[in-house]
Ligand binder design. Sequence first.
Ligand SMILES: [Zn+2]
Length: 179
Amino acid sequence: MKLIILDRDGVINVDSMHYIKSPEEWVPIEGSLDAISFLNKHGYTVVVATNQSAISKKLFSLSTLDEIHKKMQGLLKVKNAKIDKIFFCPHTDDDYCSCRKPKNGLMKEISKYYKINLKNVPSIGDSTRDLEAFSASDAQPILVRTGNGKTVEKNKTYPENTLIFDNLLEASKFIVKSE
Ligand SMILES: [Zn+2]
């Protein structure tokens, strides 16, 4: 199978310092839904691996997270696209879990769920912790210049083999072209 792993906030949707706490606050980044549709059309299974510490902080509930994801999937459906599965970590640093990125517990879950090795699987994020989690599973880290991406690029806080693109659509075009 052809798999692609995406961070959510700052890659698919506009991020907020105050967390995305409701479906109304979930707004796609221009071109990101088209990017997922383009990947699906080219036979890619797209999954999300996202830190959602606001759950542990009780800023919103699991059912609200579900509502947010229903909005995301609904907007994708209009474009004949979908996220196959959403893997999320609900914890904060204080929970000392193994899934909060930069740890690679979510990556391990993905690997186990699809029964595939994640070596060189294109994995796209906007934060250092995403890229470190991807790298820890030997996936191909890809940084986008949306969300925190420009800051990460400027500070060079990314793994050495990271590829960098303006946004999810540009990264997706590259991935399909270089098959
Ligand atoms: Zn966790």
